[in-house]
Design a binder for this molecule. Sequence first.
Ligand code: SAH
Ligand code: SF4
Length: 387
Amino acid sequence: MTTPLDNLLDLDQSALKAYCERVGEKSFRATQLFRWIHHRGVGNFDEMTDLARSLRAKLAGVAEVRPLAAITDKTSADGTRKWLFDVGQGNAVETVYIPEDDRATLCISSQAGCAVGCRFCSTGHQGFSRNLSTGEIIAQLWQAEHTMRAKLGLGPNERAISNVVMMGMGEPLQNYSQLVPALRMMLDDHGYGLSRRRVTVSTSGVVPMIDRLREDCPVALAVSLHAPDDALRDQLVPINRKYPIDELLSACERYLDAAPRDFITMEYCMLDGVNDTPAQARQLVGLVKDRLPVKFNLIPFNPFPESGLKRSSNARVQAFGEVLLEAGLVTTIRKTRGDDIDAACGQLAGEVQDRTDAQRRMTRAIPIVAAAPSAASKPTVPQPPKQ
Ligand code: SAH
Ligand code: SF4
């Protein structure tokens, strides 16, 4: 059997230095190599013209820059572009490029599937298959950045992507060891040169790993809150049973000591009749006010058939937001982008070989007790769909 080539996308600059030394090269070569790969987007050693021919030949024998194969590549009417990448053994993950007037954000996946199993999330319904490697995480940025740079006609010192959010498929803090080197490459001036404020890790609340991230690589933090009390959050975001809201907020308080921003973003997916009443908004105010500086980001739920849940009406989202705003909490309502290509939050389904039996567990899940009926309609008690 032939030994597989080492994937240089797995290595941040310090690991690449160690790698160069191991193959008998001076460590400063690593910076040159790293720049060719990440700054210039070159994956073929032959094109790295200022490296000695002998080094290029040596590298070609042991290493490669392994791209991801795109299964589909779709662009929405609003310019949002979504790639579905093959990660082998029947698994695929999605990456979404979101252009705006003053920035362009890339939404990156960290796992094939997700083990947390949130009720309102399409990825969660699919179950978990495996963690992505550092190389598979950074390849999403490598490919999107250099593809978009070429498409937009940008020069080698211009950037197509200004922000990264770890909000694709998977729970990034349950793939910590592979995540952190990828974050370091995003921040590296010889790589993508993104500031810590422009790289956001979004988590469902893996408390011990929030503390580790604060120590190892503090970037902007977003927390998927979605409920104002433990009883409801236990059902919507099952990891809450292990790390309840109070512990989560304490971890956020500690995180602020090292965070590049002076607030934590709280994501809140608006589910009709479940978590969207003015009373629940007031409960949220009570949770965070005078405790933790936060910005709320209200996300209109993007429905998918198996969820059995509905999106809150615009009026209800507005009313909820107003309660937060009146209490002095900065609140935004997320625009839904890329609807026509299923690229919106929580619609990322990829294709996952479930190794955790999530489908069966979901259908046995305890029904969520509705908070209050929406408008004057009859009460809704969302039930897991019957199979
Ligand atoms: N696992 C991480 C990051 C990926 S999910 C986390 O949960 O934070 C990114 C965001 O999309 C989270 O806030 C998540 O709650 C939200 N989301 C998931 N499913 C959604 C859906 N169907 N509609 C709207 N937002 C959704
Ligand atoms: Fe996983 Fe995040 Fe989806 Fe929850 S919302 S299932 S943590 S990807």
